[in-house]
Design a protein around this ligand. Structure first.
Ligand SMILES: Nc1ncnc2c1ncn2[C@@H]1O[C@H](COP(=O)(O)OP(=O)(O)O)[C@@H](O)[C@H]1O
Ligand SMILES: N[C@@H](CCOP(=O)(O)O)C(=O)O
Length: 293
């Protein structure tokens, strides 16, 4: 069995805990029944001893496999990870989604994307990463009564993501504790209205208006202060007329969306100005989680 899940960029500026999209950067896991439990990791996390044993994936997989079959299976897990950990590209969501999907696949039980998404919500209570990780594309999602309600839109191939990935891990859980517990009414209205406009821009493909819509007053500035170079990243992006430039999730990655002909020139400017940061161009993903026998 092979399960793959895309990276995700959440919040997208004003859409805190609600808006997110998926990128063509994936974690893949090969699972085979085996006489002995084994884990191998290639790519991101390969040198992280914490991930070799009972990591987040294995714990979630075992919970669901045991629930489905009444027994603890013994498997060989081979991970091929492209998603950097704790960089605001949804690595935790990718693991949660792939672990549940893998358990159902290993148990021979079909699962709908909607059910998979609602099960993933038990592990990550903000739906803005898990929803695009499951569904693919641009997603707007809300939680009511422990269920995710969402709408998705495919992202056209003439758009590209240009991301700047500093070598600074940010724990999402810790980052969330540093945000304000309450907001001024004016700021709440600002984010509500900009998030609504940004959603409409994606559904109507009104890409130019994203330059206004993708502004935030809830979380970005507070988080960017942890790595002030990010203000320079966003300034350079805006000077180069990108469609949107937002902190990816809780960071440290900065996400920029451009027309495909503008991607390489912007990448080269980022690489010249921020040589110590990883910079890359990614297509958008519209598939979400993929199952293969
Ligand atoms: N490939 C992986 N295998 C196992 N656990 C992982 C993997 N990727 C991420 N994780 C778990 O998710 C945590 C990172 O989650 P988080 O802080 O939300 O970062 P991100 O911004 O990437 O979502 C890691 O500390 C680890 O516990
Ligand atoms: N809405 C969340 C999104 C976290 O995304 P991640 O990729 O950093 O896990 C938040 O901003 O805390």
């Amino acid at each position: 069995m092979i399960i793959s899940v895309p990276a995700t960029s959440a919040n997208l500026g004003p859409g805190f805990d609600s808006l997110g999209l998926s990128l063509s950067l994936r974690n893949r896991v090969h699972i085979q029944p085996s006489k002995f439990f084994s884990v191998s990791i290639k790519g991101e996390g390969a040198n992280n001893p914490r991930l070799k044993g009972n990591n987040l994936f294995i714990n979630i997989f075992n919970d669901h496999y045991t629930h489905l079959t009444g027994k603890r299976g013994v498997f060989r897990f081979r991970f091929y990870n492209q998603i950097p950990l704790s960089r605001g590209l949804g690595s935790s969501s990718a693991v949660i989604v792939s672990a549940i999907a893998s358990a159902y696949s290993a148990a021979g039980v079909n699962i709908s994307r909607r059910k998979l998404l609602n099960l993933a919500l038990h592990y990550e209570h903000h739906p803005d990463n898990i929803t695009p990780a499951v569904m693919g594309g641009f997603n707007v999602s809300v939680v009511e009564n422990n269920k995710v309600y969402s709408q998705r839109k495919r992202i056209p191939g003439y758009l590209k993501a240009v991301v700047v990935i500093p070598d600074k891990p940010i724990s999402t859980a810790h980052s969330r504790t540093t945000l304000p517990r309450s907001y001024r009414k004016d700021d709440a209205i600002y984010n509500l209205s900009h998030s609504s406009l940004l959603t409409a821009c994606f559904f109507n493909e009104s890409w130019e208006m994203l330059r206004i819509a993708a502004r935030d007053k809830f979380h970005q500035v507070a988080r960017m202060k942890n790595l002030p170079e990010l203000f320079d990243v966003q300034k350079l992006a805006i000077e180069n007329n990108v469609l949107m430039s937002t902190l990816s999730g809780s960071g440290s990655t900065f996400f920029n969306m451009v027309y495909k002909e503008d991607a390489k020139p912007l990448l080269e400017k980022f690489q010249a100005r921020f040589p110590s940061f990883r910079c890359a161009i990614f297509d958008f993903d519209n598939d979400g989680v993929l199952f293969r026998d």
